[in-house]
Write a protein that binds this ligand. Structure first.
Ligand code: DHB
Length: 391
């Protein structure tokens, strides 16, 4: 009898210890942010990390009664590393949400882990349409290439006077989407596609491709390269005198990336692109965002990746608030679907059916404003859903 009392007392004591441990753990809400912090895609990681930290500085780190903890991991943009880090974050750190994903292959590699562990996965950068279909736990706050490429195909024929093009894309998911969605719409609009060129995603050499384009003498060159590679294309395009030969450079706004644009030189003036975000977007919300971002980051101008990260944090914070800090993966996911808000990019929402981003696509032209190069918006297509959704 005595022994039994003793045992249950110790069990009670153990239970008390473990419940306080659980309580301590329960009181933190962990976000595993996986980004390319080094290597070819490092600018994406630098921009998104800065934006996530700014969001937390502005909104506090206590949400729904929980202490929010951001765990940043560098995947060097190698998908196998992304996957391993995601596994460790879920199993060892017990993160509540996975976020980041600088390139499409990293998002695809992680999707099965999100599904198996029922962990919401917020894609803040990658832009291939089918990513959201690779796991029901994915929510996207970045963009899709199909959205901007269709808008560009409409502008090029109707207003740009560009009747004959060559396309040049990075040879992987988002490049294939950009090529397909641009080409199909451009042909439908009566344009001619002379050639479709694909350049390796890793360490690309644009020179031989650009020479081919020059020889084909199109009215326009449609280019998609991932964030960080735009300046190299612009430099070689100008060095070859392709602009002077009457070839207009067009494409999704990744090519006139705000992270690099101001260093591209006056040769970039007049380039028209289609995109969901410009640091020059003239709204009060954006002006406030750009100012705060620059102030917190030694004058760095935010690019479209930063906005994907900032909005991703918004989606996570609001889901945590709505579930009062008590929800698991499924409850959080439900609270992420259908969110509507005013982003620095303009109005946006998460389509509750597809879990994908719906936002405006702007046509912009590179102009000099206050001595700096900017993507200045001159037209808008409102509330663009992803044209690349097959279900
Ligand atoms: C992707 C990466 C980028 O840097 C970009 O600008 C667009 C798309 C991607 O891998 O999905």
């Amino acid at each position: 009898m005595k022994k039994r009392v003793f045992l249950s007392a110790s069990v009670l004591a153990m239970a008390a210890v473990s419940s306080s441990a659980v309580l301590a753990q329960d009181n933190t809400f962990k976000i595993g942010l996986i980004l390319p912090m080094t290597g070819q895609q490092a600018s994406t990681g630098r921009q998104i990390e800065a934006a996530a930290k700014l969001y937390m500085a502005q909104h506090g780190d206590t949400v729904g009664g929980k202490k929010v903890q951001l765990i940043v991991k560098d995947d060097t943009s190698v998908p196998d590393v992304t996957k391993r880090l995601a596994q460790e974050l879920v199993v060892n750190d017990k993160v509540n949400v996975l976020a980041g994903f600088g390139i499409t292959p990293s998002a695809f590699a992680t999707a099965p882990i999100a599904t198996q562990s029922k962990t919401p996965m917020v894609v803040m950068a990658a832009g291939t349409s089918s990513i959201t279909q690779s796991s029901p736990y994915i929510v996207r706050t970045s963009f899709t290439l199909a959205q901007s490429s269709v808008a560009m195909a409409d502008w090029a024929v109707a207003k740009g006077g560009i009747k004959k093009v060559v396309t040049l894309v990075s040879d992987y998911g988002p490049g294939h989407d950009a090529e397909k969605f641009f080409k199909d719409r451009y042909l439908f609009n009566g344009g001619t596609v002379v050639d479709t060129l694909r350049v390796p995603m890793r360490n690309p050499d644009f020179a031989p491709f650009l020479q081919k384009v020059r020889d084909a003498k199109p009215d326009g060159l449609f280019v998609f390269v991932p964030s960080g590679a735009g300046a190299a294309v612009m430099k070689q395009f100008l060095e070859r005198g392709m602009d002077k030969a009457g070839i207009k450079l067009i494409g999704p706004g990744d090519i006139t990336d705000d992270d690099q644009l101001n260093d591209m030189g006056d040769g970039a003036l007049g380039v028209v692109t289609s995109h969901f975000y410009s640091a020059h977007h003239p709204s009060a919300t954006n002006k406030k965002f750009v100012e705060a971002f620059k102030k917190a980051n030694k004058g760095m101008r935010p690019n479209f990746m930063a906005v994907g990260g900032y909005d991703g944090m918004r989606v996570i914070y609001e889901a945590l608030k709505a579930t009062k800090g008590q929800g698991g993966g499924d409850a959080l996911l439900a609270a992420m679907k259908g969110q509507v808000w005013e982003s620095p990019r303009g109005p946006m929402f998460i389509d509750a059916q597809t879990r994908d981003v719906v936002h405006n696509i702007y046509l912009r032209k590179v102009e000099k404003v206050g001595g700096e190069l900017h993507n200045v918006e001159f037209d808008v297509i409102k509330d663009v859903k992803d044209p690349g959704k097959t279900k």
